[in-house]
Structure formats: C-alpha cells, structure tokens
Design a protein around this ligand. Sequence first.
Ligand code: AR6
Length: 173
Amino acid sequence: MKSFSIMLGDITKVKADAIVNAANTTLLGGGGVDGAIHRAAGPQLLEECRALNGCATGEAKITKGYRLPASYVIHTPGPIWQGGHHHEADLLRNSYLNSLKLAEANTCHSIVFPSISTGVYHFPLNLAAPIAVQTIRQFLNQATAVEAVQMICFDEETKRYYDQAFKELCSRS
Ligand code: AR6
C-alpha cells in the first residue's frame, strides 16, 4: 500500500531513503532549506555537488546524504516566480516528477519533499501546492518502486495550503 502524507517539520531531521533539496542551478548551496541541508550534511555534500556541474531548472541530480539521517539528497532547482507566464507551472511539475523518477532509478522507497519554490523563489502557495500534490499522486498511481512520499512543511501556513490541495484532489477522484 503506497502512502502520501503532509507533515509539519524540519527536513534535515527526517529519516528516509531520499530527501529533496530546493536548490539553485549552481547546486553550490544557498539559504532556506538548501542552506539547512548543507549545514546538516556537512562539507562532503558540497564537495560532491561541485562535481555535478550544476543542474537546469526542473531537472534533478542525486548525491549521498552524508551526516543527514537520509541516505540520499535529490537536488532540484525549482523555478523562480516571474508572474506565471514563464513556464513556471511546467517547471515546478518537472522538479517534482524528475525527483520522483530519480528516486525510483536509485531504488529509493521513501522520499520526502520540501515546498519547492515557495520561499525565496516566491511561487504562490495556492498555485504551487496543487501542482505538487497532483504530480505526486499521479506518480504513485503508476507502477513504481516508490512506496512512501511525504511533504514536509516548515510552517503552519504552508501546511494549510498543501492539506487543502490534497483534500480538493481527493474530493475530485
Ligand atoms: N525543512 C523543511 N522546509 C524548510 C526548511 C527545513 N529545514 N527550511 C526552509 N524550509 P526556500 P525556494 C521551507 O527559500 O523558494 C535557496 O537559497 C521554507 O519555509 O528554501 O525553492 C536556494 O539555494 C519554504 O516553505 O526554497 C535557492 O537559491 C520552502 O522550504 C533558493 O533558495 C522553500 O523555501 C530556492 O528557493
């Protein structure tokens, strides 16, 4: 039985096969969840990221988790919100989908996402949350080795948006 849940918490504390990092295209660290993941994982994470030569928006690359409780980190740069007419929705969907595909390719059964692009990148939560939950739900409905997906929200307001989007998705299907 596959599971999908939405929780409040700190992604750096989560024990899972893979956690996802809302990175930037350099993959060389930054603020927000990216900074927290690099601090918790230790300097070896940055060393491995340096060898990856960056990552395009909406794509994903994988590293080990080092000092994190998670075995792997999947790094994906989400889109920067520029008003909504610059393929932001498609790019955000790609970030979730390519992270899930990479988890699958690395036989990760459990994967945990932060709220990609809704911090420094200013993607509106009311638009980002439905994209995230729909993409994850659709992926889990296919035959996949991924068994458990969790969204970890860092604050109550963010969690409310994801809970609402999940409720709306369930009421439609
Ligand atoms: N655990 C879970 N969620 C967190 C944590 C944490 N420890 N810390 C922050 N968040 P952001 P973005 C939430 O800004 O919008 C970086 O500098 C946060 O509250 O981290 O994709 C990168 O290097 C928000 O809900 O990511 C990029 O340059 C969510 O994570 C840029 O920011 C995403 O906020 C990416 O911006």
